[in-house]
Design a protein. Structure first.
Length: 263
């Protein structure tokens, strides 16, 4: 087999949450370009139509389903509609999530509960439904969770978000152990800072260059940096990799210095 064939997703199907923009859009684009039939989801049907239009203009096969990941019934519907439309779900990318900041001593319990529900519980509900209805019966699956480097170490001012992403990493390991016998791999990406709606406030407050200069590579992520890693984890090339979390952060998680702090 030629090395490039290891990353060919022809004949595979994929569901990508939070796929209308940012990191989810980037991953969906990579999977579709590699040959997969892709369904993207997010809350906004309008945003999904726009994303679908961009991807289809590039000759990629993409459908969409609007769904609210904070609603358990909507998650079940999303899984069932994706399975009905695709016939099977070989690849699940759990990218949708939220964030909230502030000092731990002032962090509201309402925001804590919202993030734990959206970033952890919703991920498990959807993974469980897809695994039970498609991956386990077919004895094949690739689940890719989008965590964060915030889940790998302490981050000031983001206690709930960082804790939820650490929980995603632990959930990734546990599902890998439980579902490995069914031919399902479960891995996670831990991005650093990428341009997105979620990071716009941080970049505006501190400046992009300040964050870029804190990384060994002296740059932040761009719209290509998750593609290769995502393809590795969901393709034949990654068939013997499971329970792993890969930081894609320009080396900041390996450095002694952390990210910039407020003056």
């Amino acid at each position: 087999m030629k090395p490039a064939e290891l990353f060919d997703l022809s004949g595979k199907t994929a569901l990508v949450t939070g796929g209308s923009s940012g990191l989810g859009f980037q991953i969906a684009q990579a999977l579709a370009a590699a040959g997969a039939r892709v369904v993207i989801s997010s809350r906004s049907a309008e945003n999904l139509r726009d994303a679908q239009g961009v991807l289809r203009a590039g000759g990629l096969e993409v459908e969409y389903i609007a769904a609210d990941n904070s609603d358990e019934r909507d998650l079940v519907r999303l899984a069932d509609e994706a399975l009905s439309g695709l016939g099977k779900v070989d690849i699940l990318v759990n990218n949708a999530g939220g964030t909230a900041g502030g000092p731990a001593e002032d962090h509201s319990l309402e925001e804590w509960d919202r993030l734990m529900s959206l970033n952890v519980r919703a991920l498990f509900v959807l993974s469980q439904r897809v695994a039970k209805t498609s991956m386990i019966p077919n004895r094949y699956g690739r689940i890719l969770n989008v965590a964060s480097i915030a889940g790998l170490r302490g981050v000031a001012g983001n206690v709930a978000y960082a804790t939820s992403k650490a929980a995603v990493i632990s959930l990734t390991q546990n599902l890998a152990v439980e579902w490995g016998p069914y031919g399902i791999t479960v891995n996670a990406l831990a991005p650093g800072l990428f341009p997105s709606k979620m990071t716009a406030r941080v970049f505006d407050a501190f400046g992009v260059e300040r964050f870029a200069n804190a990384t060994p590579l002296r740059r932040i992520g761009d719209d290509e940096d998750l593609m290769g890693a995502a393809l590795l984890f969901v393709s034949r090339g990654g068939k013997h990799i499971t329970g792993q979390t890969l930081a894609i952060d320009g080396g900041i998680s390996a450095a002694m210095e952390g990210e910039p702090k407020p003056d």
